[in-house]
Ligand binder design. Structure first.
Ligand code: PLP
Length: 418
């Protein structure tokens, strides 16, 4: 059965045929490819085609698809069982490995997704501060819980409305939205609201283009939080373990009150985490009065996949990731220039990159045109036909892994100009 037929069948049994909307290739005028297996930097679909993957499951696979060591570790863990609903050593090992390497955190609590990690951080921040409101930034994504499906509204600085049907006004009233890279706007929000529990930010916003922020700006955000008795939460679900082992917190030297993780932390298995200073983390049940739980939290197989992946991320790995990315960015830039996308720029940071007109300069969502997908579908389809798989949306960044090595780069060059 080919992708088209699978998609028809999928649409019968699942809304839009997918279990996460961006997978549907909406607006791209082509059928989503049904992937049957993957290895290294390659995806293989049911139609018998292979693709050089630059989506990499949207981030978790920093060492590549189906890494041999991770596969072996998973198989070994499976021999013993795959969920115990009881204390086990696997999560202790992963927690110790992470906490002992990241200066900003003393303790960590595992969840099953990034969304749950952020949800935990929100409740914890409220419980710890006794305050009610949270601030997020326009263009940052923090998962799909009600209180974060909020976009900037018109009117007073910070006012916001739900970005999804089904989110109540009572909920959206308690989330304020600020523009990135605009300290005055954040100051205004603090002036007008005295009950802000936490400011949530992706310290490297990578869910609506790649909106690299200045370190000084991030430091000022932290100062404002401190001055106002508000917690600062770095959402490092993408940047954690990717930009450096300790993510943007390590790069900037900023120690936020809480950090959320996801994606890479589970090595491709469903894991998220909320981490931070002991004093705050111990507000969580069973010690504290902020409830948080999960039947499959710290799933032993996922813990082992995460630990095996993280152990591969040594200093050399980060150098390799950077080199792979720079070479790949150069190839794409050259190809854009020669093939009708000469106004495209490619911005990279660590092992992330993003291509769009004026990509190099933008620092806030407001600076990105809202019609990027109108041309992107043409680019996406052209590359897909060449066997190159980008994330299926113009606002999504591309992910490079350790598997995108010299050999893959040579193959990318061949495919681009073929
Ligand atoms: C992906 C992402 C999330 C949500 O994680 P899920 O595992 O999809 O629930 C939260 N925050 C950021 C920054 C993300 O990139």
């Amino acid at each position: 059965m080919n992708s088209e037929k699978w998609f028809e069948l999928a649409k019968t049994f699942t809304p839009g045929g997918v279990h996460s909307p961006v997978r549907s290739f909406k607006g791209l005028h082509t059928t989503p490819r049904f992937i049957k297996k993957a290895k290294g930097a390659y995806l293989y679909d049911v139609d018998g085609k292979d693709y050089l993957d630059f989506c990499m499951s949207f981030g978790p696979l920093i060492i590549g698809h189906r890494d041999k060591d991770v596969q072996k570790a998973i198989k070994k863990a499976l021999k013993n069982g795959w969920t115990y609903g009881a204390s086990e050593p696997y999560s202790v090992e992963l927690a110790e490995y992470i906490v002992s390497r990241i200066k900003a955190i003393d303790q960590i609590r595992f969840t099953s997704s990034g969304t749950e990690a952020v949800m935990t951080a929100i409740r914890l921040a409220r419980g710890f501060t006794g305050k009610r409101k949270i601030v997020k930034f326009n263009g940052c994504y923090h998962g799909h819980m009600d209180s974060m499906l909020i976009k900037a509204g018109s009117g007073l600085a910070g006012t916001a409305t739900a970005s999804s049907n089904g989110v109540t006004e009572e909920t959206s009233k308690n989330t304020l939205v600020c523009e990135l890279n605009d300290l005055n706007a954040l100051e205004d929000i603090f002036k007008n609201n005295d009950d802000i529990a936490a400011v949530f930010i992706e310290p490297l916003p990578a869910n609506n283009g790649l909106l690299v922020q200045d370190k000084e700006y991030l430091k000022s955000v932290q100062e404002l939080c401190k001055k106002n008795g508000t917690l600062l939460v770095f959402d490092e679900v993408i940047s954690g373990f990717r930009i450096a082992f300790g993510g943007m917190s390590e790069i900037t030297g900023i120690e936020p009150d809480l950090i959320t993780y996801g994606k890479i932390i589970g090595g491709g298995m469903p894991v998220g985490a909320c981490a931070g200073k002991k004093e705050i983390m111990e507000k969580l049940a069973p010690i504290g009065d902020v409830y948080q739980a999960g039947t499959l939290s710290a799933n032993p197989v996922a813990m082992v996949a995460g630990l095996t992946s993280l152990k591969k991320l040594n200093d050399q790995a980060y150098l390799n990731l950077k080199e792979n990315t720079q070479n790949i960015v150069q190839l794409f830039s050259d190809w854009f220039n020669d093939n009708g996308f000469s106004d495209y720029q490619t911005k990279s940071y660590g092992s992330l990159f993003w291509s769009a007109p004026n990509a190099l300069d933008v620092k806030s969502l407001a600076e990105i045109p809202s019609n990027l997908n109108e041309r992107f579908f043409d680019l996406f389809k052209t590359l897909l036909n060449k066997g190159i798989y980008l994330a299926p949306n113009a606002y999504e960044v591309s992910f490079v892994s350790l598997a995108h090595d010299k050999k893959v780069q040579k193959e990318l060059k061949r495919r681009l100009w073929n």
